[in-house]
Design a protein around this ligand. Structure first.
Ligand code: FAD
Length: 265
């Protein structure tokens, strides 16, 4: 299997760096081939803008980013850094995003990798999203670290359920482009752990990676559950853990129990 790790932490000796090293070691030990995009080390420019289209614009008078991305992809005039990352992604069967949770999301450098690399034309196009997404058949997983304890990210925690926090990435980026999404690995507040607890966390990450070919992916409703307005059909009980369907007589509370029942949570 070809694996791509996209790694976003500025400090090589960080716990994120250690998790990335464990992943490289473990995946290679399993016989997989591993490529790492170390975004800070590469000096990755996160800003999607006119600089990506210096090879020729579809419209020189008005910058429509989606249109220019599609044009550059079709014309083979993309920025070389974007094209190089797309080649890595196209070759990958498994993509691991390794990052610290910053402001309930990914660091800007990684978001900018998504903005530029997952371009229209390459990662999505008219009528091709979710089940019919470009990356159907590939698997992806998040490996995150936090500054606080797991309890804060439980359904009744002050920061909110981790599934809700990560939904924009799981659903809006990965499932949207067709990936099968594996449950995330979370290293909770590594800065406050003892050396033994940190080692146990690294071991747990290696153990999780050993199971990536067997692990049950996150559930996303298939197209057949949606009507023409792209809402869950009346009667379809939401099971994603984030959506709930008033048209199925479902309350917000019932959606949590439907999710718990289907995920074994
Ligand atoms: P580090 O501080 O690098 O590592 C922790 C410890 O592990 C260090 O002592 C390090 O030396 C040690 N270590 C490194 N390698 C090893 C190894 N091989 N074995 C054993 N120990 C090792 N947190 C949230 O929960 N939610 C947020 O929304 C959020 N927003 C943030 C926004 C910003 C801009 C910033 C800067 C932080 C935010 N945080 C947030 C906190 C952040 O998520 C954590 O600081 C981060 O996840 C910790 O991971 P790290 O890799 O940086 O840890």
């Amino acid at each position: 299997m070809n694996c791509l790790i996209v790694y976003a932490h500025p400090e090589p000796a960080s716990f994120n760096g250690a998790l990335k090293d464990v992943a490289v070691r473990e995946l290679e030990r399993m016989g997989h081939s591993v490529v790492v995009s170390d975004l800070y080390r590469m000096g990755w420019n996160p800003a999607l803008g006119p600089g990506d289209f210096e090879g020729g614009r579809a419209n020189a008078d008005y910058l429509d980013l989606s249109r220019e991305q599609e044009h550059a992809f079709a014309a083979g005039t993309q920025h070389p850094a974007v094209a190089a990352e797309q080649a890595r992604l196209a070759a990958a069967d498994f993509v691991l995003l390794q990052f610290p949770l910053w402001w309930f999301s990914m660091p800007a450098i990684l978001k900018g990798w998504v903005d530029r690399v997952l371009s229209r034309g390459f990662a999505y196009s008219a009528g091709r999203k979710y089940e019919t997404g470009h990356f159907k058949g590939k698997r992806a997983m998040l490996s995150i670290t936090t500054g606080t304890a797991s309890t804060l990210y439980e359904p009744n925690g002050i920061d909110g359920d981790l599934h809700h926090v990560l939904w924009p990435i799981h659903n809006g980026i990965l499932a949207y482009t067709g990936f099968t999404v594996l449950p995330p690995f979370a290293a909770w507040m590594p800065a406050r752990l003892s050396p033994q607890e940190r080692q146990a966390c690294l071991d747990a990450h290696a153990e999780r990676l050993r199971g990536i070919e067997r692990i049950e992916p996150l559930f996303f409703h298939p197209w057949s559950d949606y009507d023409e307005s792209q809402r869950l059909k009346p009667g379809v009980v939401a099971r994603s853990g984030v959506q709930w369907n008033p048209r199925a007589g479902q309350s917000f509370e019932a959606s949590a129990s439907a999710f718990a029942a289907s995920s074994g949570a």
